[in-house]
Write a protein that binds this ligand. Structure first.
Ligand code: E4P
Length: 218
């Protein structure tokens, strides 16, 4: 399973990249706003900075909600850097735009997906990635991981190439569950990735080994 970092924060992207296990980055307008990015030019420069850090796919979201606007923005974003994947919301105009961009060889990430039906339309339109939002479903007492499982199964049965990118991951256990249901990618906060390393037996075992090493190294 690939790991994407779900942030527009450059310091966090550098830190995750330094671990050597980062496969890409996803951003959204809320994450960009959090970093204080200003204006269209500011956004482009920020996406370029992210692309300079990580050697992998970087999702950049369109702001238009009509077909023509999404296509125009999508082309502009894709022309910024070969690693840019155009993120498009799962609405009717978005599905049309994904289909059009697919025909032009531009890769897309269909976002804000909350049902298998939406994921089916995204795949039929030729989306490179589909992003089911796990945490936001859990927030309303629905089962986010079960949606990921259903989409993975559906794509496997029908032979779609679209990759399931589990999004809105909130914690380490979500990552483990994504592995169990066969998500192709999980986009996560840095804390959830680092959390995978934590185990008290690792810490106590290392402490013992270091203490014992002093018996023959000092
Ligand atoms: C990523 O593609 C999504 O925009 C993101 O994971 C949403 O996460 P949130 O529900 O924590 O805002």
């Amino acid at each position: 399973m690939k790991f994407f970092l779900d942030t527009a924060n450059l310091a966090q992207i550098r830190e995750a990249n330094a671990l050597g296990v980062l496969d890409g980055v996803t951003t959204n307008p809320s994450l960009m706003a959090k970093e204080g990015v200003q204006g269209a030019e500011g956004c482009k420069q920020h996406y370029l900075k992210i692309c300079e850090i990580v050697n992998g796919d970087v999702s950049a979201e369109v702001l238009a909600t009509d077909f023509e606007g999404m296509v125009k923005e999508g082309k502009e974003l894709a022309s910024l850097h070969p690693n840019i994947v155009v993120k498009i919301p799962c609405i009717a105009e978005g599905i049309k735009a994904i289909r059009y961009l697919y025909g032009k060889g531009i890769r897309t990430n269909c976002t804000l997906v909350f049902s298998p039906g939406q994921a089916l339309l995204a795949a039929k339109a030729g989306a490179t990635y589909v992003s089911p939002f796990v945490g936001r479903l859990d927030d309303i007492s629905s089962d986010g991981i079960d949606l990921v499982r259903k989409i993975v199964e559906m794509y496997s049965i029908y032979g779609f190439d679209t990759q399931v990118l589990a999004a809105s991951i909130r914690h380490t256990q979500h990552i483990i569950q994504c592995i169990e249901v066969g998500a192709h990618v999980a986009t996560c906060p840095l804390s959830a990735i680092v959390g995978l390393l934590k185990h008290p037996l690792t810490d106590s075992g290392l402490a013992t080994f270091l203490a014992d090493s002093k018996k023959y190294m000092e």
